[in-house]
Design a binder for this molecule. Structure first.
Ligand code: FE2
Length: 190
């Protein structure tokens, strides 16, 4: 039985701070698959980039729907010390985790190696392991369809570290929303 997004948000808000842990929220998401029809009003699609659509935000967490066209992929990134979870509500996504092989922060050098990978679809939930937080999310061309994922980040954050394997480097990048509560943000061209 799938639930409406309003009910997912209400349920997340009811979790006491002390219980808002990686495992508990992961379990909560696993038990509460979301009906995609209850969020379709928030979707925006671009041929050029995946879109980050904010549905809800408070001091403790933000909830976003990310719309991935066929073949669109995230950068390799991490979320610093933030917790994050995701659920794929439409289509299918591939995740690749990375470990640091060698790092020299003084010159923004970082060599990564691939570790485990996973596929997500059908409202399967995933969490980012804090011990190994570097990852990439891909809507692989062979999946041959758009995908939508829900993401919860706690606390909300507006920067992340982005890694480039061609140059073995990393940098801090600013994150922005494509839309907020169903309204396209100023300055965004889809
Ligand atoms: Fe991520």
């Amino acid at each position: 039985m799938k639930i409406k997004i309003e009910n997912l948000i209400a349920g997340l808000r009811e979790i006491p701070d002390r219980d808002f842990t990686c495992d508990n929220v992961y379990q909560f998401l696993g038990e509460n698959p979301v009906d995609i029809d209850s969020i379709s009003n928030y979707f925006f699609w671009s041929k050029n980039f995946y879109t980050r659509n904010l549905l809800y935000k408070d001091d403790r967490f933000e909830l976003m729907a990310i719309c991935w066209n066929k073949g669109q992929v995230s950068k390799i990134h991490n979320h610093a010390d933030q917790k994050c979870w995701m659920m794929v509500v439409g289509g299918k996504l591939h995740g690749q985790n990375f470990a640091v092989e060698d790092i020299d922060e003084s010159r923004n050098f970082c060599k990564l190696k691939e570790t485990d990978m996973f596929d997500l679809s059908d409202c399967l939930a995933a969490k980012v392991e804090l011990e190994e937080p570097i990852h990439q999310i891909l809507n692989l061309p062979e999946f041959d369809e758009p995908a939508v994922s829900l993401h919860i980040y706690s606390k909300p954050f507006d920067t992340c570290l982005s890694y480039c394997r061609d140059t073995d480097s990393f940098k801090k990048v600013n994150l922005c929303y494509t839309s907020i509560r169903g309204k396209l943000c100023d300055g965004i061209t889809l």
